[in-house]
Write a new protein. Structure first.
Length: 236
């Protein structure tokens, strides 16, 4: 299939305008639109076409009651840090030991966001509340949960990333925004039974989906990228 040249600008615009939105309006998203996004996203490649993804869509009461349950657990954990041991992720999304340059980028990202929101280094309560926005899907009307069968290998997580990115781009092309969320992973013991996931499914991440609240300054946060010349090695 040929690629018409005039698609370049459209595809680049979709990729460049994707950002992690952290405030959404209440504008509803129809089931037909969500289905359309998932359908086109499912064109993502996967090793030997295994398509390891499974998506749970939460809206209305199923979304609201999950938000209530996880916010309560997160709140309890903030009062009693001992409880954190009950909420371990099923897989290591982040390294156990952080090293440069990754830790530096992580810090830059965190303080950049908090700085924009006027949250100072010692302001634990404000940090907690901002973190808890994750567990409200940043007010987005649609929450997505992604699971995988852990029998699949590490390569399936690679496939999964392509699928999740496709969703974000398909959403953007239709005027919606997203925020991929690993924050939910700690609460798989609450989430998996809530969504009706089968025994042994592993939570990959969550995602907020909806229309970004353009008036909220959190959505003006622009993240930098390492230049091509720094991460590319032209092998002679
Ligand atoms: C798999 C994945 C999980 C993420 N988890 C969270 C999260 O839990 N909460 C959050 O606010 N942002 C989360 N992010 C967003 C990243 O912080 C964001 O992608 C990064 O800072 C680059 O910014 P951008 O997405 O606006 O380009 C996640 C991103 C990815 C890809």
């Amino acid at each position: 299939m040929s690629t018409p040249q005039n698609n370049v600008a459209a595809v680049d615009h979709v990729m460049n305008s994707r950002m992690s939105a952290r405030a959404f309006t209440q504008q509803p998203v129809s089931r037909a639109l969500i289905e359309e996004i998932l359908q086109v996203a499912s064109r993502a490649p996967s090793g030997t076409n295994t398509q390891p993804w499974k998506v749970y869509v939460l809206q209305g009461p199923s979304r609201d009651s999950l938000v209530e349950k996880v916010c309560a657990a997160h709140e309890a954990m903030s009062h009693n840090p001992e409880l954190a041991k009950n909420y371990q992720e099923q897989y290591d999304y982040y390294p156990a030991k952080w090293v440069s340059p990754f830790i530096d980028r992580r810090r830059e990202n965190g303080w950049g966001l908090y700085g924009l929101l006027g949250i100072g280094k010692g302001d634990k309560e404000k940090m907690h509340l901002q973190h808890q926005r994750n567990f409200k899907f940043f007010d987005a009307p649609v929450g997505l949960m992604f699971t995988v069968d852990p029998v699949m290998g590490r390569g399936s997580m690679f496939d999964y990333g392509m699928f999740v990115q496709n969703i974000m781009l398909a959403a953007r092309a239709r005027g919606l925004h997203t925020c991929p969320q690993a924050a939910w992973n700690h609460f798989h013991s609450i989430i998996l039974p809530h969504i009706g996931a089968g025994e042994g499914e592993m939570l990959v991440c969550g995602m907020a989906l909806g229309y970004a609240d353009e008036s909220d300054k959190v959505n003006t946060f622009v993240t930098p990228r390492v230049p091509v010349s720094e991460f590319t090695h032209w092998v002679a």
